[in-house]
Design a binder for this molecule. Structure first.
Ligand code: 5RP
Length: 273
């Protein structure tokens, strides 16, 4: 692998632990002003020091992230659809490789929609991006998107998507955690990160999912809503980090969470009786 490609990958997947906690804040590209991401700068700023990488679009990067920030960027370069449009799978490439280079990103990301009428289009998007990425030393992260069909998140389907992404040259594959996840990891030569998906009932559920994914061989998470839709986002990301980088159990991560939460509560002004 070329030096530039390796260097960029090691900015994202930390060589010290071989793992990564990426913070996903790209949801607006098809969901619009998602709850608690209405003002991206406000959501991102306090979390930035705790993220190994930030996944977002160029619009939010330019408008809402200080260029002096040293957090590696994974730039979402696919889109062109919306949650109220005809078909979420009908994505194109929205951002050129030159723009990605100008923004000094560490990787580019796109979604693939396997099993949809836009399967070929999105897989060719991936292939073309990998061709360009290889030319410029920019890794490509492929998201095995499920659109509105969250029920598609099973090992047979996701295993197929991940393997295809890997065969087409994706340097990192992002998918969902599911039963039989170890089989997906086994049959996908590229490193895998998991998305968090919609916010789970409790923080412990999120730590457990992260723990199970890491145990099964994921290199980390690219998580959004389970972190920033929580009332204590910094406590959440710290708990997730402890699982990913320190091999903490869900209970240990929950202790990290509770300690951080207590600090925040202590700083809150007391309500008058
Ligand atoms: C959408 C994405 C999101 O970044 C991804 O779903 C991660 O966020 P969350 O943890 O909220 O699911 O790639 O296609």
């Amino acid at each position: 692998m070329d030096w530039g490609m390796q260097n960029r990958l090691s900015r994202i997947i930390k060589p010290r632990t071989g793992h990564t906690v990426m913070l996903a804040v790209d949801h607006g590209y098809f969901l619009g002003p998602t709850r608690k991401l209405e003002s991206p700068r406000e959501t991102i700023k306090p979390l930035l020091p705790h993220a190994d990488a930030l996944m977002l679009t160029r619009g939010v990067l330019r408008s809402s992230v200080d260029p002096g920030a040293n957090t590696p960027v994974v730039l979402r370069v696919s889109g062109g659809t919306s949650i109220i449009g005809e078909n979420l799978a009908n994505e194109g490439i929205t951002t050129s490789m030159e723009e990605a280079l100008r923004l000094n990103v560490s990787a580019v990301a796109l979604s693939i929609f396997v099993g949809t009428p836009y399967e070929k289009q999105t897989l060719m998007n991936l292939s073309e991006l990998v061709n360009q990425g290889e030319e410029h030393g920019i890794p490509v992260l492929a998201v095995t998107a499920v659109g509105k069909e969250l029920g598609k998140r099973d090992a047979r389907y996701l295993g197929l998507c991940c393997r295809i992404a890997s065969e087409l040259g994706a340097h990192i594959v992002k998918t969902y955690y599911c039963d039989g996840f170890d089989k997906i990891v086994e049959s996908t030569p590229s490193p895998i990160v998991i998305a968090g998906g919609p916010k789970l009932k409790t923080e412990l559920d999120a730590f457990k999912m992260t723990y199970d994914a890491i145990q099964a061989g994921a290199v980390g998470v690219d998580m959004g809503r389970n972190i920033w839709q929580h009332d204590y986002p910094i406590a959440m990301i710290k708990g997730v980090r402890s699982v990913v980088h320190k091999k903490h159990t869900p209970k240990e991560a929950h202790d990290v969470f509770k300690k951080e939460k207590a600090k925040v509560d202590k700083r809150k002004p007391k309500k008058k009786k």
